[in-house]
Each structure stands twice: as structure tokens, then as C-alpha cells.
Design a protein around this ligand. Sequence first.
Ligand code: HEM
Length: 440
Amino acid sequence: MSEVLELEHIQSGVLRPRPTPYAATYVVLRIDDQVAGRDLMRRATSAVASAAHPDSPKGDMWVSIALTFAGLKALGVPPASLDSFPPEFQHGMASRAHVLGDAADSAPEHWEKPLGSPDCHIIFTAIAPDAQRLEQELARIRTAYEKFPGITALWRQDCYTLPTEKEHFGYKDGISHPAVEGSGVPGSNPREQPFKAGEFILGYRDELGGLPPMPQPDVLGRNGTYVVFRKLHERVAAFRQYLRANSDDASQEELLAAKMMGRWRSGTPLALSPENDDPSLGADASRNNDFSYQDDPLGFKTPPCSHIRRTNPRDAAIAGVMRLHRMLRRGTAYGPPLPEGVLEYDDADRGIMFAFVGSQIKRQFEFVQSEWINDGVFIGASHEKDPVSSSNDGSGVFTIPRRPVRRRMQGLAAFVVTRGGEYCFMPSLPALHWLADLKI
Ligand code: HEM
């Protein structure tokens, strides 16, 4: 039986999928003064909607508040409580670069400042169905924190749905989501059992039947969760050049792009339509995630090394327990699109701002990034990384199973570069009050 979730205590951004179309903004704030920081937590409680009332107090726009470990310290959270957070969260994303494969151009020394530095305390996210509504509300909120002497806004990233409603490499995104027991938010794969709430929200049983470790006291941890923010730059020209250089014509290019992702750019899964794209299937939310890999153990339809089969192997035979590594995934595109057909580099910064939500950073995000994206041992291909989003270095390999002989792609580069990121804790609404009421 599923546990009853205290939805009125959970921030709505945890469970609510982003709208399409969308406009979003991410702001990093530094707390220079504890009193101001606590006052901000108090004000946040009236701006943040709960999962029980997914409509924001501001109508179509809603906001989320998350804190880094440095942010919790800056608010004056007592040491015993700070010590109850897991080590990877305490150390922060930049110090986990060796685990995540953030090397070379993705190394923290090249990250956008202040990402990965002790100055990042709060990440404030606002999302609305369009830029006009987002801007109106942000203008109001900005005057609130700008006149706070003890709070400094250090960084902002705006994101908008691209005119194509796809991400910059040209793929339809935001399709596959797990269902969370008791949340009322449906998953998109009818063949996947809903996940125990404890996988995504602290204070509830997880897939192992126990309670995941929770920061103390209970009022701080319960109904909270962790959010991994990651800004990923996409090298669109390099990606297009690779497809062009390894294909004889446009239809081969599309097939190669589909094999690397596991879906045609329209969103149509190769599992359901392996030979040709079927855009009406890709657009149909009732069908585009209704598949498994059971009838394709060797990957003749969906290569085992493709992005979606690696990041969610579904029922494919792999080493390990698939259901322990799922996350709620929110991606929003930033930067101007590279016009269709252009293969030359430009200087524009474009990519995806990701937010991965889960109750255990180490066994969810870090595991997927290090074992499933940057390694291939679990599918018996230890030398192969994810062809789309991994830390390939120009010598990457990608195998496409095919009869009579497989095709082995060579020379894959890093098509994605990490521009920065933070591990954050997203407190419940009662925890925001608790933080606001901390005594100096
Ligand atoms: C810029 C880098 C990335 C791009 C362009 C990208 C793109 C995509 C696209 C187009 C899909 C298929 C549509 C969908 O199901 O929503 C997808 C699915 C997915 N991606 Fe990524 N992704 C990127 C990075 C990542 C990273 C870093 C992770 C995890 C650490 C990740 C995890 C997933 C997962 C779990 C799925 C769902 C797979 C499924 O359930 O079938 N992605 N991604």
C-alpha cells in the first residue's frame, strides 16, 4: 500500500513537471547576513506553492527555493544538524568532479563563477508558461531581495522553450518520467510500476523498504529532497559535424542521431519504430513512452549504449538494480538556437539547465552519471560512454548492433561541457519556517 504523502508540506516544484512551453529563471543568491537570510526564508514561505495546491499563489508562475550546504551554514544551522547531511552534499558538486567525470573543459576551474564556489548559498527557481508572465513576477520579487542589504544576487540563467520546442541538438525532450506513489502525478511509462515516495522525498519508505537517511531534526529533513543543478553547454556545431562526417546523406544522419539517443529527434522511440521516424507517434504522449527492451536484448533496435537505454535500462538485462537509480528530471533550454543547417562554430552559449530531484544524490544522480553515462561495465562495454552527454575526449567509441556486422563509430568528442552546478537541499515548507526561526 502506498504511504500518504504530506503534500501540503512539499514544495510544488518537486513533483510538478514543468509546463510546455515554458520560461524559467535560476538565480543564485549569497547570504551576507544571517538575519536577512532568515527573513528571506520567511518571505519564501508565502511565495512557494505546496504540492497539495500546485497552482502557485501567483497564478501561473511558481517558485522553488533550494540551499547549498554553504547556504545552510550561512543561515546558522547548528553543527549537529549540518553533520547529519550526507558527505557528498556537504562537499558539494565541484569537489565530486573526479566522480562525475568533470575534467578538461568541464573541470570546476573553468566553471562560470560563482558556481561551485562557497559563495553559492541559495538557488531560486521561477518558472511560468511564458516570458511575459515570468518577467512581471520577477520584477516584483527582485525589488524584494534587491533592497535586502544582507542578500546579494550573484548569477542568473534565463531559459526559454526554443521555437522548435526541442533541445539544442534537435531532440524532443521532457518525455520520460517515473510515477511517484501517492503524489497524484502520473508517470509517462504505463509499463513502469510507480516508485516508492522515499526515492524522491525524505521521510518515506524507498524501494529497499527502509527510510533513506534524513537530515536532523525531523522538521528540517522530512518532506524535503535534494536537487542537483547542472548547467550543460551543448556543442551543437560539433555534434552536427560528427553526424555529417559519418553519414552519406540526410536520412543516414537522422538514423545515426536516433541510434545515439535511442529516439528519433521527433521523440519517436526506436523500440517502437526502428526503421523510420513516425512523428505522430513521437508527439503522442499516450504511446511515446510505452515500450520495453525485452524483445531487443542485443540492441538491434535501440543500441545498449544509446543515451536513453543507458540512463534508464528499463527491463534490459544489466548488472545492478535498475529501480534504485531513477530521478525526477527537469531540463530547460538556454541560449539562442544555432540556425538549422549551420555547421560552423559560433561563440554563443547554449545548452540545458538541468535539475535532477531525488532523495539520495550518491545512488541516484552520481551513480547514473559515473556508472551509466561515463562507464559501460554494466552492459559489458567498459570502453564505451554515452555518445551524447558523456565526458568523451575525441577518442570515444559507440557500437550500433546491426546484421550482418555491427557498426562501430569512432572519434566521439565531448559534445556536452559542464559549465557549473550545485548540490542543493530543497526544504519542506515547515522546514523553511524552522530555518526562518533559528535563533542567533
Ligand atoms: C546536454 C545533455 C543532455 C541531453 C541533450 C539530453 C537529452 C535527452 C533526451 C532528448 C531524452 C529523451 C526524451 C525524454 O525522455 O525526455 C533524454 C532522456 C533522459 N535523460 Fe538525458 N540528456 C542530457 C543529459 C542527461 C544527463 C546528464 C542525465 C543524467 C545524469 C540524463 C538522464 C536522462 C534520463 C534518465 C532520461 C530518460 C530515459 C528514459 O526513461 O527512457 N540526461 N535525455
